[in-house]
Design a protein around this ligand. Structure first.
Ligand code: UD1
Ligand code: CA
Length: 472
């Protein structure tokens, strides 16, 4: 399957979004609305794609350059309607072959449905085909008018429809396939004598029909695929529908999703079979998760790589690699550049950033590990802080293999702890500790005998101390 030209209409003001951002840049399931449409369109291998932009032109063009660099944009300065936008997209070059036209605000549309639609269009050798569906609440959409033989006559917009026509449940999806040459000749004949005073692309259908061309309305089974996003309510509806579609697919592919209604997986995520995801989790961006891994509950992973058999409990991780059989959480925050080796551990209330933890090394409790390299088989005692920031610059800490960092150590970077070395609990380590040494960086303890009896005489503490003395 291949199609010559695709025109995506995305110039609209998106007024009902009440947003500073262009409507087509709002995102669901990890892609912009336009990104979803482009993903579906790419499924049918277009030779060229032209996107009509207008409102928020600069940011929309920057986004297109980012996600689909080979795509051309056409600028529509004033919104003259979908017919006007299509005229502009055709102006510089009349396309040969099939032209697919669709809107940039229908994120649910699948590549498979586009493929089937184009196949039906090509097979019937139609001058024009329109993708339709029966919608339980058709208000707002263009209605499909058929004749007594059930053949497509034309499309009537909601605001131009008679009371009787408003009862028609079959709606125009806004997805069309045209014979390029016939589209070019018909698009020059549309006018703006309608309720909105706009040039309607939909009028091309009636014009071609009157000219005796064969046109077709091709109906889609699942009307949810053509839902357009015009406001934030529809944005949330399409996000929920996409969530269900994505989760269903992963469950069919062997992923256990304990509660699909509270599990949000972006369209861009890749999961292996026998991954388990517990409730309240979000798996986002380019995250990939290998078989046997257990995620959640209440875990968010953004752009992470999770290897086989790892587990991540009640945690947040961004741009992080989690090694095979590594364990994370609960309540762990892994920031950009964290690499956890195989069988390593980032335990409760641990934060890491730009840190590499070697195979089998453990940071079990209450630590901050920033800008660090930790070797293999080392243990970082509870409440250890990697002091990476001197108030101006960030510095690196290196910890070797099989090191034992005592609890509550401050490792003041830049500093390095040699292989097999120890640090004493409570140390402030400002100088390198050689391999096999113990670094002790703290004041020697002294006990002032009788201090409580003298300074806190009569207190419960003093009484307890006295009782303890008489006990001998
Ligand atoms: C349009 C169809 C309607 C169909 C519905 C499906 C027309 C006249 N009506 O209505 O039959 O049921 O889509 O969702 O085509 N756009 C431009 N330039 C413009 C106007 C619009 O690029 O001057 C773009 C918009 O950004 C949007 C798309 O075209 O992506 C559709 O425009 P919109 O105003 O949303 O049309 P609807 O009223 O939804
Ligand atoms: Ca619309």
């Amino acid at each position: 399957m291949a199609v010559e030209t695709v025109i995506i209409l995305a110039a609209g003001d998106g007024t009902r979004m009440k947003s500073r951002q262009a409507k087509v840049l709002h995102s669901v399931a990890g892609r912009s609305l336009l990104g979803h449409v482009l993903a579906a369109v790419n499924h049918v291998n277009p030779h060229n794609i032209r996107i009509v932009v207008g409102a928020n032109r600069t940011s929309v063009e920057a986004h297109i350059a980012d996600i689909s660099p080979s795509t051309t944009t056409v600028f529509q300065e004033v919104r003259g309607g979908t017919g006007h936008a299509t005229q502009l997209a055709l102006a510089d070059r009349a396309p040969a072959g099939t032209v697919l036209v669709l809107a940039g605000d229908t994120p649910m549309l699948t590549g498979q449905s586009l493929e089937a639609f184009l196949a039906a269009h090509n097979e019937g050798n139609f001058a024009a085909s329109v993708l339709t569906a029966e919608h339980p609440e058709p208000t707002g959409y263009g209605r499909i008018i058929r004749d007594d033989n059930d053949e497509l006559l034309r499309i009537v917009e909601e605001r131009d429809a008679t009371e009787d026509q408003k009862f028609i449940a079959e709606i125009n999806s806004g997805v069309y396939a045209f014979d390029g040459a016939k589209l070019v000749s018909a698009i020059g004949q549309i006018n703006n004598s309608n309720a909105q005073g706009e040039l309607y692309l939909t009028d091309v259908i009636g014009i071609l029909k009157s000219a005796g061309e064969s046109i077709a309305a091709i109906m889609l089974e699942d009307f949810t695929e053509i839902l357009g996003v015009n406001d934030r309510v529809q944005l949330a509806e399409s996000a929920a529908l996409l969530r269900d579609r994505i989760n269903d697919q992963w469950m069919r592919d062997g992923v256990t999703i304990v509660d699909p209604t509270t599990t949000w997986i972006d369209a861009t995520v890749v999961l292996a079979n026998d991954v388990t995801i517990h409730p309240g989790s979000a798996i986002l961006g380019t995250t990939t998760i290998a078989t046997g891994a257990v995620i959640g509950p209440r875990t968010t992973l953004t752009n992470c790589v999770v290897k086989e058999g790892a587990s991540v409990l009640e945690s947040l991780a961004v741009d992080t690699i989690i090694g095979e059989s590594a364990t994370v959480g609960p309540f762990t925050y892994l920031r950009s550049g964290t690499v956890l080796g195989d069988s390593s551990k980032a335990g409760a209330f641990v934060e890491m950033k730009n840190a590499t933890v070697g195979t089998g090394s453990k940071v079990p409790h209450l630590s901050y590990v920033g800008d660090a390299t930790i070797g293999e088989g080392s243990n970082i005692g509870a409440a250890t802080i990697f002091v990476n920031y001197d108030g101006v610059d960030k510095h690196h800490t290196t910890v070797g293999d099989h090191v034992r960092i005592g609890s509550d150590t401050m490792l003041v970077a830049p500093v390095s702890i040699g292989d097999g070395a120890y640090t004493a609990a409570g140390s402030v380590i400002t100088e390198n500790v050689p391999a096999g040494a113990i670094g002790v960086g703290r004041a020697k303890q002294r006990n002032v005998i009788g201090w409580v009896l003298r300074k806190r005489a009569g207190s419960k503490s003093a009484q307890a101390a006295e009782a303890s003395q008489t006990k001998g």
